[in-house]
Design a protein around this ligand. Structure first.
Ligand code: B3K
Ligand code: ZN
Length: 883
């Protein structure tokens, strides 16, 4: 396999101006003809034209209408090369034959539930026809689709429908024309038996846009929430960024077989049906929230990704980091900002920090890849979004907006780089960003240590920062980063102290603005060691550091537990209130893990339970905030902080603390459940979701006690639940304990929902992630369950992906969990390399465990590596994991 490097980027020798595609869809094979007008970048150039192609059968090729003969071109398994094409504008016509029915990779043109659909990003277009499959080739497309009329009554592609009609042999056609230039990864085609929910949106300039969400007819009633989300997203982008939709039609199609969540093809978004279909009976609040976020995300790509796209795939975060940031802000504005921030930061900690500390660590803009699909990562997406957020933290909302405006003004219709985005932010604000660009090139999570001291005579308060960026593969030595640290100071009553000025490197900088007091300020930490001294601080303050999580770092402070309890009770920055509780919980868990390993009896600090109790009882707090604040950090987060990760110890300690909390707060938890039952119909809004979240969190705590009273309560909630959010939470609560009740309720749930595959996926995932002893065998058996299908990514993510998230069973000391995953990866790789590669990633942190586990996991990676015909996708992850 060949590694591709960012430093080797070269401009293309040829541009494509227009592309006319014709698809003749058939049951055995499909013919694709493409007619491209090619423009040499340099007139008179004699460079060869190299087209990418994979799994294609070349039928014919013509240049300026002249059929090419054998010696006129070179063909290998991955390319079609014209060694000496005409030196000025010419027409290239290519016909290929492809077999979508056999395509299980779900990349290129394939079939899902009887319908044709496409997925081209990143490099799937080359499985449709020979093309320069790279995002800096932007062309205007037309697409004519021809198919059997009865089987495929609906024919869709990008842009506007310009013509349609009937043909001989019960076939029909549709001709689509996209007026916007686009890279081929945004091309899409759908043909099938679908129906649409129709609606419309009037843009702020008064244009009417038709909105259509397509599904098989029986699913149409479940598309209401997606339509609501789409309209909300369209309005939000106008209000917040002044960005309007640019065509008269916007289509969304839901398909059940899809590798990722969704795809932003120009005006024809294709979605995994899990992120479109929802009804209160079948979808949870988490599903509703995910649909809102992803519908928003794909819609926002119309500007950040489609109108302005990436020069090359190394720049992926240019569109993904920015668009994730935009969808996070959208969801915040539609619900609770604090709760959304807490969820996003948790996701970063649970998934991105481990990646950034492991063998697959890579910068937000990677330097190289073997298979681009392996770089659609939490680093590119979520850390990338944090990088965008830092611009906003540094520039303020208005400054950020000015930067965005300039970015579009300069680059609309272009394929650009991360530096272009940086330059727009900087230039629009005359900003000084020192070494900020290192966020794009240096991997690893910076570790920042803070020490504080108060000088009672001088009335000054000092914060000393010391940063370290850990080594990562290929980057042994790092430079200090530019870290914006948002800070506030609390007085002894818990109120924010007005900040007047700060001494830094010999200058006194004013913080107060126009005589107005300021209660939070952003310190710009840029050196390995640096001190900031606040002036006019008249009592020893308690610092609230990294408010709102202003940078994606690990922060270690010298705050005492009493300070953290104080922040938990008083910080005006709600994110940091939650964070103070998490820091306390992490410390406590690590101490207990050490005790457990030394076989000491476990004792829970009563102050901690007391702190959680006061949060639980505080009527002034948002209920979802309470739910988050009483939830312990996950096993992964704690293992991440240990020298040698010990899954058994961490699991035992977490179970111990949870039971202890449940025991001591039992009365409060029971009333929390009773007082937060649904009284009315399901409503998707923050207050209702918050109530359900709190109730469910309390119920899961209680059921952990496994006493008759709590089990009866959970059963009652299960039987009376009027929506999936509460029904599933009650099921999960009961399923914690390896009892007969567990088996009965799981069976009951399956028989209720066996005809809804999205709900069945939840049922698979719940069992797969379970911590009950000896679960490997159960999961193995579920592979043979009639509802399971290795070809459907959602099923694989639920059962196999779910299993890999189970701290105890995946890491079972006899290696049976590793062996199971190894076998599945090999089988899966033959069907769908992208999905197999996501699964094999679960092995990547094998070095974090003890010797016994290391050897067992390593043996599986070696077994995978020795498999014949391994895909590049799996090869890249497995080989880098072993390196
Ligand atoms: N851009 C797509 C992801 C495509 C994945 C290709 N392997 C979805 C998104 O981020 O919006
Ligand atoms: Zn995206």
């Amino acid at each position: 396999p060949k590694e591709i490097f960012l430093k080797d980027y070269k401009l293309p020798y040829y541009y494509f101006d227009t592309v006319d595609l014709k698809f003749s869809l058939g049951e055995e094979k499909t013919f694709v003809s493409s007619k491209i007008s090619v423009i040499p970048r340099v007139e008179g150039s004699s460079a060869p034209l190299v087209l990418n192609g994979q799994d294609l059968n070349l039928v014919s090729a013509k240049v300026n209408e002249k059929e090419l003969k054998d010696g006129d071109y070179l063909l290998d398994s991955r390319h079609l090369t014209l060694p000496s094409p005409p030196s000025s504008v010419f027409t290239l016509e290519i016909v290929t034959e492809i077999y979508p029915q056999k395509n299980t990779s779900l990349e290129g043109l394939y079939k899902s539930s009887g319908n044709f659909c496409t997925q081209c990003e990143a490099e799937g277009f080359r499985k449709i026809t020979y093309y320069q499959d790279r995002p800096d080739i932007m062309a205007r497309y037309t697409c004519r689709i021809e198919a059997d009329k009865a089987l495929y009554p609906v024919l869709l592609s990008n842009g506007n429908l310009v013509e349609q009609g009937d043909l001989e042999d019960d076939r029909h056609y549709a001709l689509w024309e996209d007026p916007f230039k686009k890279p081929c990864y945004l091309f899409a085609l759908v043909a099938g038996k679908l129906e649409s929910r129709d609606d419309s949106f009037i843009t702020r300039s008064g244009r009417k846009v038709s909105l259509r969400i397509w599904t098989p007819s029986q699913d149409l009633p479940k598309t209401g929430h997606a339509m609501y989300a789409l309209k909300a997203a369209m309005k939000w982008d106008e209000d917040v960024f002044g960005l309007e939709y640019d065509l008269d039609l916007f289509n969304i199609v839901a398909v059940p077989d899809f590798n990722m969540g969704a795809m932003e093809n120009k005006s024809l978004n294709i979605f995994n049906s899990k992120l479109v279909l929802a009804s209160p009976e079948t979808a949870t609040d988490a599903d509703y929230a995910a649909i809102l976020g992803v519908i928003g995300h794909e819609y926002f790509h119309n500007w950040t990704g489609n109108r302005v796209t990436c020069r090359d795939w190394f720049q992926l975060s240019l569109k993904e980091g920015l668009t994730v940031f935009r969808d996070q802000e959208f969801s915040s504005d539609m619900g609770s900002r604090t709760v959304k921030r807490i969820s996003d930061v948790s996701k970063l900690r649970i998934y991105q920090y481990p990646q950034d500390a492991g063998p697959m660590a890579h910068p937000v803009r990677p330097h190289s890849y073997i298979k681009m699909d392996n770089f659609y990562t939490v680093t590119v997406y979520e850390k990338g979004a944090e990088v965008v957020r830092m611009y906003k933290t540094l520039l303020g909302s208005q400054g950020f907006r000015k930067g965005m405006d300039l970015y579009f003004q300069r680059h609309d219709g272009q394929a650009v780089t991360c530096e272009d985005f940086f330059a727009a932010m900087r230039d629009a604000n005359d900003a000084e960003f020192s070494n900020f660009l290192l966020w794009y090139s240096q991997a690893g999570t910076p570790m920042v240590k803070v020490t504080s001291s108060y000088n009672a005579e001088a009335h000054t308060f000092s914060l000393k920062f010391c940063q370290e960026v850990p080594p990562t593969p290929g980057q042994p030595v790092k430079e200090p980063m530019f870290i914006p640290v948002s800070v506030g100071l609390l007085d002894s009553t818990g109120k924010d102290i007005p900040l007047s000025s700060v001494h830094h490197e010999g200058t006194l900088q004013s913080i107060a603005k126009d005589g107005q007091p300021v209660y939070s300020t952003v310190l710009r930490v840029t050196k390995k060691e640096e001190e900031f001294v606040f002036a006019d601080v008249h009592e020893r303050p308690i610092p609230s550091l990294l408010r709102g999580f202003s940078a994606p770092i690990r922060l270690e402070s010298d705050l005492a537990d009493s300070d953290l309890f104080f922040l938990l009770a008083h910080d005006s920055d709600e994110f940091n209130r939650w964070e103070a509780g998490q820091v306390l919980a992490r410390k406590l868990m690590l101490t207990l893990v050490a005790d457990f390993r030394q076989k000491k009896p476990l004792v829970l600090d009563p102050k901690f339970v007391h702190g959680l109790g006061s949060i639980l009882r505080d009527p002034s707090l948002d209920k979802e905030f309470i739910a988050k604040a009483i939830t312990l950090p996950g096993e992964g987060e704690i293992m991440d902080m240990m020298d040698v990760a010990d899954p058994d110890a961490v699991y035992a300690v977490r179970v111990f603390i949870r039971k202890q909390i449940a025991q001591e707060l039992k009365g409060d938890l029971i009333s929390t459940v009773e007082n937060n039952r649904s009284s009315d119909v399901y409503v998707f809004n923050h207050d209702n979701m918050a109530r359900r979240a709190l109730k469910n969190t309390a119920l899961v705590y209680l059921a952990a006690l496994d006493d008759p009273e709590c089990t009866a309560l959970a059963m009652h909630e299960y039987q009376t639940a009027a929506n999936m959010t509460e029904q599933f939470a009650a099921l999960a609560a009961i399923a914690q304990n390896p009892t007969k009740t567990r088996e009965e309720v799981l069976a009951d749930f399956y028989s209720k929902w066996q005809h809804n595959s999205l709900v069945v996926n939840k049922w698979f995932a719940l069992q797969a992630t379970s911590d009950i002893p000896g679960n490997v065998e159960n999961v193995r058996n579920l592979l043979n369950h009639p509802a399971f299908d290795l070809r459907n990514p959602n099923k694989v993510y639920s059962l196999i992906g779910g299993f890999c998230r189970s701290p105890v069973n995946f890491h079972t000391k006899d290696g049976s969990g590793y062996k199971f995953l190894g076998e599945v990866v090999v089988q899966l790789d033959k069907i769908n390399p992208q999905v197999a590669s996501r699964m094999v990633s679960a092995f990547s942190r094998w070095r974090r465990y003890d010797k016994t586990r290391q050897n067992l996991a390593k043996a599986q990676l070696e077994m995978i590596m020795s498999t014949n015909g391994l895909s590049e996708n799996v090869f890249e992850i497995a080989s880098k994991s072993l390196a």
